[in-house]
Design a protein around this ligand. Structure first.
Ligand SMILES: [Zn+2]
Length: 437
């Protein structure tokens, strides 16, 4: 958990761990202006003379520290550095409060702008991988997971969704304050708020409530397109193990969006995804991220195939469960397509610029399918459920996966199957050449 991410070294810190974020914010929709206070309860992991937080833009109005004496602070180049008057010892618990205001702006990245985004009427937050600092000061590292209380005041007609459970809603004359509490450890990039002229539509009740949050004009279409959502949820619970959070909300914005993105207990779709063909496969894809990515998180973006390979394979598993193309058919189709592309990507270390390359997704899914074929369904799905149980709410890397595969393969088929599985993973994960299926 302590290693700063070698793929995104400018983001996050390995010197402290944030245990809890308390965000008390006001958002004026028409002006796209966000203001308020973020209070971080954190624990130092080494002796520290300063706390370095990610914060993109904004005017920092004041900083207060409890548990140590505040020195000075400076805010530039997307970093808010809070100096302490005296060093804090390793293991010290500090509270840092930052009062700030301004127009939230997306964080630039090789994959385009990330994080807070103004909509035609409202705002969304979709921060994967490094957009969290577009709206609050944070330790923007996927393995630094914290609990949250998100309190957002907006103009009264607007609906606010944040991650976690709604624990309070105070309506005043012109504004409404929405309070959400997240008790599950959450990576900063998965923290989210969604603001819009939204209503709710139930998509299923078992094993947890599932709902769409969307403009009323899209309800009829969503009811038809998402009619089978409860079935996807039950299928995935059977295959992947218990759903890790209290509920699931699928947000559909009135605006069109390029791609859907996952957040904690939430995914964000554009209106276009309710009508185009791709939307169909992306609904199970985003839901699967609740297990793979959100509950079991990567310890570095280097290991993103563990998120996207599983999410892509989940699309194939749903297709199979729904009586459409089988996972084996889809694997053959995608394998054939990958043979026509450049074979210069190593799944276990694709390079920082390539973490969202489609080959990471498809080759990741093919790796899982090849492993399933080698182990047999019973051992493979036992392994998957053990993966989500053992690393629930934690952070993992590719070697954790190899270790678990070895353990399950040895139990099912002794040393020969363990050796064959390890060799299979080496072929799929560690070399650029595409193995035969
Ligand atoms: Zn994905």
């Amino acid at each position: 958990m302590r290693a700063r991410d070698p793929y995104r070294p400018a983001h996050g810190s390995d010197a402290f761990h944030v245990e809890h974020y308390d965000l008390d914010l006001t958002y004026r929709v028409a002006a796209n202006r966000l203001s308020g206070t973020a209070t971080l309860r954190l624990r130092t992991l080494e002796q520290l003379s300063e706390i370095s937080l990610d914060l993109n833009g904004f005017t920092v109005e004041s900083v207060a520290v409890a548990g140590a004496r505040l020195g000075r602070y400076r805010h530039r180049a997307r970093k808010l550095v809070v100096k302490l008057a005296e060093d804090a010892a390793a293991g010290a618990e500090l509270q840092v409060s930052v009062r700030y205001s301004g127009n939230p702006r997306p964080v630039p990245s090789p994959w385009g702008p990330l994080g807070w985004e103004e909509l035609e009427d409202g705002a969304l937050v979709a921060s994967q991988p490094t957009g969290a600092s577009s709206w609050f000061p944070c330790n923007d590292h996927p393995a630094d997971k914290a609990t949250y209380r998100t309190c957002l005041t907006v103009d009264s007609p607007y609906f606010v969704l944040a991650h976690g459970e709604l624990t309070g809603r105070r309506v005043r004359a012109a504004t409404t304050t929405w309070v959400y509490e997240e008790r599950h450890p959450t990576s900063a990039y998965l923290a989210t708020v969604q603001v819009g002229p939204y209503e709710e539509l139930s998509l299923g009740a078992s094993p947890v409530p599932q709902r769409a949050v969307l403009p009323p004009s899209l309800k009829k279409l969503a009811r038809r397109r998402l009619a089978h959502h409860g079935k996807i949820m039950r299928t995935f619970t059977r295959l992947f193990g218990p759903y890790p959070f209290a509920g699931y909300a699928l947000v559909v914005t009135a605006d069109d969006l390029e791609i859907p993105v996952e957040a904690q207990g939430v995914s964000i779709f554009g209106a276009n995804h309710l009508t185009d063909d791709d939307g169909e496969r992306l609904v199970p894809h985003e839901l699967a991220h609740q297990w793979f990515g959100n509950s079991v998180s990567v310890s570095s973006w280097q290991h993103i195939w563990l998120n996207e390979g599983f999410a892509c394979y989940a699309e194939w598993l749903w297709s199979e469960a729904a009586g459409e193309a089988s996972a084996a058919d889809l694997a053959r189709t995608w394998h054939a397509r990958l043979t026509t592309l450049a074979q210069d990507l190593v799944l276990a270390d694709p390079g920082p610029e390539n973490i969202f390359d489609d080959r990471v997704y498809k080759r990741g899914a093919l790796t899982l399918h090849a492993l399933r074929s080698a182990l047999g369904d019973e051992t493979f799905f036992d392994l998957v459920r053990d993966w989500t149980a053992r690393h629930r709410y934690g952070a993992v890397d590719t070697d954790d996966f190899r270790d678990l595969v070895e353990e399950h393969a040895a139990r099912a088929g002794g040393e020969p199957l363990a050796a064959r599985s390890a060799a299979l993973l080496t072929r799929w994960l560690d070399s650029a050449e595409l193995p035969a299926l």
